[in-house]
Design a protein around this ligand. Structure first.
Ligand code: URP
Ligand code: ZN
Ligand code: ZN
Length: 473
């Protein structure tokens, strides 16, 4: 591979911004230089193999989406993006690393679940990828298997307090898994909703003839999220296990996280673009069966109650540390449609892997977060949280040359037939007009996207063995 010079741009990191040129050699960043610098007497603009003009643009580390579900078997069907289509869409949107979830269910071996995920992803990804491990059946065998996860490059695993009969763990199981994780230094990721209570509420609503997608949000009330978040924090407290709560959407859950952090606990929280922008009233409550497009768990929350504002506030004040997508797409046809007449049968999930950087950048445009915080939330903290920092999450000598040139004066219209590369027959973000545009995307020095064209290929992406979280001692 030859050298590439990205020149004229503003290099943005989580700690600041500076006018600088970035020199890439092969797969790595080799220098971040004052604009127009020479190297050993050579004018880099003429000696570099390729020059990317980033004048007037931001040069940022490639996005890391730490929560995706490519081709996940779920809700009686399978998430519609394969590793191939999903990582291609991610690249279009400036995400150069995903961390997906390998699955173990009750009665299955963790090792087999992990091997199956390697089979699905291997040779198919356009960008680099890692895995968390879902432990969907905590028993003596899965607890033992957790001991091998670090050797496999997996330093985090997910438990579910929701979805009884699918991935659900009761409190005794959660406690045992957390004890094991605390011993091993693994980070426990938690789906914090009271699943058994939700299922009763959902059945009662259904029996009352309340079958529309809207009632998905009513059954999964914020109290169900707050209560489970509190319980997870207490179980983490008693086991000294670090805790990362995924897809937080209720303002009361953020308050629980903030209180635990104020008590000095290693408790972290992630929200997703859907909880920043979309609502129970507007999307889940859309006429007819339309709301099915936005059925996901945790559910979209009431705007009148102020949950969306609370998510932005949490991101600003660091009560929430990350924004991932929880990308779990399903088509309306044959998939979401399974729940016509019964919201309980609508597969849960939204597709956003392509739009995370753009959507969060709107927070910079509207003054909700700074440019540096945008980079921190979408790249640097995910790298630090999940044991990738240094190689990923930063533009510095020695780091992988995963780089996005972002044009703040550009414009992106989201929707089918516009910018939409995810394997879905609708966009959850149809009609969103974005200030800003992902112009160029490099993954380990290779240009994947440039000038509106895709140059990536399946198989370029490599499996990332992750280390321990940098947020834990
Ligand atoms: O609705 C969602 N979130 N689907 C994916 C599975 C999960 O709980 O993360
Ligand atoms: Zn979940
Ligand atoms: Zn998820």
């Amino acid at each position: 591979m030859s050298t590439t010079l990205i020149t004229g741009g503003t290099v943005v990191s989580s700690t600041g911004r500076t006018e600088a040129d970035v020199l890439v050699d092969g797969e790595k960043v080799v220098a971040v230089l004052a604009p127009g610098s020479t190297l050993l007497g050579h004018d880099l603009t003429t000696s570099a193999g390729a020059v990317i003009d980033a004048t007037g643009k931001y040069v940022i580390p490639g996005g890391i989406d730490a929560h995706t579900h490519m081709q996940m078997p779920f809700g009686g069907t399978e998430a519609s993006d394969t590793f191939e289509s999903g990582t291609r869409a991610a690249a279009w949107g400036g995400t150069t690393t995903i961390i997906d979830f390998a699955i173990q269910r009750y009665g299955e071996r963790v090792e087999d679940g992990l091997a199956a995920w390697h089979d699905k992803a291997g040779g198919n990804c356009a960008i680099d990828y890692g895995f968390h491990q879902i432990i969907g059946g905590v028993d003596e065998f899965s607890l033992k298997a957790m001991e091998t996860l670090l050797d496999e490059g997996i330093s985090s695993y997910k438990l579910f307090m929701a979805y009884p009969g699918v991935f659900y763990s009761d409190d005794a199981q959660v406690l045992q898994a957390m004890q094991k994780a605390a011993d091993l230094g693994l980070l426990t990721m938690m789906h914090a909703e009271n699943g058994p209570a939700i299922d009763v509420l959902a059945e009662q609503l259904y029996n009352q003839g309340k079958t529309d997608p809207y009632y998905h949000g009513i059954a999964r009330a914020w109290q169900m999220e707050e209560e489970a978040t509190h319980r997870a924090i207490m179980l983490a407290d008693v086991t000294s296990a670090p805790l990362y709560v995924v897809h937080v959407s209720a303002k009361q859950a953020v308050a629980q996280l903030a209180a635990a952090r104020d008590r000095g606990r290693n408790v972290f929280g992630e929200t997703c673009p859907q909880y920043l922008y979309l609502s129970l009233e507007e999307q889940l409550g859309a006429p007819g069966f339309e709301g099915a497009k936005w059925v996901c768990s945790t559910p979209l929350r009431s705007r009148e109650e102020g949950h969306q504002d609370a998510m932005w506030q949490g991101l600003r004040t660091n009560d929430l540390q990350m924004v991932s997508t929880d990308h779990c797409p399903f088509c309306m046809k044959d998939q979401k449609e399974m729940g016509k007449g019964d919201f309980r049968a609508i597969p849960n999930g939204i597709g956003s892997v392509e739009h995370r950087l753009d959507l969060l950048y709107q927070g910079v445009v509207t003054g909700q977060i700074t440019l540096e915080r945008w980079v921190e939330l979408t790249s640097t903290t995910p790298a630090r949280m999940f044991g990738l920092y240094g190689t990923k999450g930063v533009i510095a000598p020695g780091a992988d040359a995963d780089i996005v040139v972002y044009d703040p004066k550009g414009h992106t219209s989201i929707g089918l037939g516009k910018t939409h590369h995810m394997n879905m027959d609708y966009s959850a973000w149809e009609g969103f007009e974005i200030d800003g545009h992902v112009d160029t995307v490099l993954s380990r020095g290779r240009v994947l996207v440039d000038g509106g064209e895709y140059h990536g290929s399946a198989g370029h992406g490599r499996y990332l063995k992750r280390g321990l979280s940098q947020y834990l001692v």
